[in-house]
Design a protein around this ligand. Structure first.
Ligand code: SIN
Length: 540
């Protein structure tokens, strides 16, 4: 038994660490992270964080851009609340030691697709890393925060699963200590899921290895509602090179005048959208995908060569160095790029306080579906959402503590008759098959037939992975694979349920917007783990 904590935070990106710092004023906090503290989606964010700080920008404009990108599915109250909290969120990060770039005494603001103004605060092209640096420093100095690296949550503990209490409630988690290969019980008065995204469900992704949708999968198994999983954002420009793993080429480059070109040098976005290279991400990614399929080429290029080399080196030192290490000098030649899975717009349904519908369980950051992004996230709104909602969730967690469960004895993890894993090839094979299936059948452009094929394969994989899970001792990879197959299942079920094309979800069988009122796709766990779709309900 790991013991008791007041607040359990699962995940160590911006949402997790900011909440931990807030919660530390109210009790003991335990942060678990499955690799090291600095391994999170946040750390990989290059572009920055959107907020209205410029004199000539307005909250209304940011709201309008967010609603426009979200294609009719944003919750307007949430959009307004998050945008309004933007300045406060930035002030909080600065107070924690984050150093955003400044020019002539004002924030140096970048521009990205879908934004009508320059409003992206950044730290060169390493914004996420700078935010993580400051937050990790702050949590490490805090006496009330225990940090456990190499600890991966296996499942949430709920009163329903324990067969106790009249009402269900999350009372902690079972956690695999991967250094000692032991599953511990961690009891908590309130738990925050801040596990980031799930890009690893696809073969090609801009996400780090840790992005395996753990929070969504655990919340689903615990009975919380999951929404809008069909809306998976593909970033248009990830570096194309055999030795480049998941390397993002930030949209901020197009914000500074970068141009997408075909291999023959012609401009790709001309005539596709009035904003051309700064069109919303779904439109750019789809245009590249279509062009690659039509021409049979492997990549398109992002041309920065018209820009002053000194500017490029100063503004994008990280991207310049990474490209140069692979023999690509972006000041002289266009950068080869392809789209790749980038951001999960759906997730665990929360209210404006970050509370899920399972009492005691909260979610923030990419794991959550708050209603901000709707059918498509506006660039750089994600760090803003993580900062705003981790504050809100922490406040709600502190206020909602109930002491009644504190005395409840929780059973230790029961490994049953699990044997040592005999064939790790089962895990690696299924991992590969799952990600290929998702890439080929559930990618940027979908069809009914491909979704049906994907579902058939995923159901078989799910059975096999479940069987392995119950019969063999847990490993880190097995826990992640089980979560990935659950997330894939949720994505495909949601995609099949949406009988229209909207935002990031494009199905050739239903290429138009439905004339019915916009609705979320909401799924919860039915009997024996089956997926149960809620009746479509107007979002307005
Ligand atoms: C980027 O730098 O292009 C990523 C920004 C984002 O995904 O919001």
């Amino acid at each position: 038994m790991l013991g008791d904590t007041d607040f359990l935070v699962i995940g160590s990106g911006l949402a997790g660490l900011n909440a931990a710092l807030r919660l530390a004023a109210h009790g003991r906090v335990t942060v678990i992270t499955k690799r090291q503290l600095s391994d999170s989606n946040t750390a990989f964010a290059q572009g920055g964080i959107a907020a209205v700080v410029a004199q000539d920008d307005t909250l209304e404009a940011h709201v309008a851009d967010t609603l426009q990108a979200g294609a009719g599915l944003c919750r307007e109250d949430v959009v307004r609340a998050v945008v309004a909290d933007g300045r406060k969120a930035i002030a909080r990060l600065v107070e924690l030691g984050v150093r955003f770039d400044v020019q002539n005494g004002a924030y140096d603001l970048g521009r990205e697709g879908g934004h009508s103004a320059r409003r992206i605060l950044h730290a060169k092209d390493l914004t996420g890393r700078e935010i993580c640096r400051a937050l990790v420093d702050a949590v490490q100095q805090h006496d009330n925060i225990t940090l456990l690296a190499d600890h991966i949550a296996v499942d949430l503990i709920t009163l329903r699963k324990l067969g106790r209490g009249r009402e269900d409630r999350c009372v902690g988690a079972y956690v695999l200590n991967t250094r000692e290969q032991r599953v511990d019980t961690l009891r908590a008065k309130a738990t925050l899921l801040a596990t980031g995204g799930a890009g690893k469900v696809y073969l090609y992704t801009s996400n780090p290895d840790v992005a395996t949708g753990d929070g969504v999968a655990m919340a689903f198994r615990a009975g919380a509602r999951i929404a809008n999983m069909e809306f998976f954002q593909f970033h248009p420009t990830v570096l194309f090179h055999p030795h480049a793993k998941s390397f993002l080429v930030s949209e901020a480059l197009r914000g500074e005048g970068g141009v997408l070109r075909r291999r023959d040098g012609s401009r790709l976005m001309q005539g596709v959208h009035p904003l051309e290279d700064l069109a919303p991400r779904d439109i750019v990614a789809r245009a590249i995908d279509q062009d690659l399929k039509r021409t049979g080429e492997d990549y398109v290029t992002l041309d920065m060569t018209a820009k002053d080399p000194a500017f490029l080196l100063a503004r994008f030192p990280n991207i310049h160095t990474a490209c140069l290490a692979l023999g690509i000098d972006m000041t002289k030649v266009p950068i080869p790029v392809v789209p790749a899975a980038h951001y999960m717009c759906g997730g665990v349904v929360t209210d404006l306080a970050g509370a899920t519908d399972l009492p005691g369980l909260y979610a923030a950051g990419e794991t959550a579906c708050t209603g901000l992004h709707g059918a498509n996230r506006l660039a750089s709104n994600s760090l803003l959402e993580a900062a705003v909602f981790s504050d809100r969730a922490a406040a709600a967690m502190a206020a909602g503590v109930r002491e009644t469960e504190a005395a409840l004895a929780l059973p230790e993890w029961d490994p049953g008759r699990a044997a040592d894993p005999d064939e790790m090839v089962v895990v690696s094979h299924n991992w590969d098959e799952l990600r290929r299936t998702m890439w080929n059948y559930v990618g940027i452009v979908r069809s009914d037939r491909r979704l049906e094929r994907a579902m058939a394969r995923i159901e078989l994989l799910r059975e096999e992975i479940d069987d392995y899970y119950w019969n063999f001792k847990l490993t880190h990879d097995l826990v992640e694979l089980r979560n990935l197959v659950t997330v894939a299942h949720l994505i495909v079920a949601s995609a099949r349920a949406r009988r229209e094309s909207r935002g990031l979800h494009y199905n050739t069988a239903t290429p138009e917007l439905s004339h019915k009122p916009p609705h979320d796709t909401v799924i919860r766990r039915g009997t024996r783990g089956a997926l149960q779709l809620a009746e479509p309900d107007s979002t307005s």
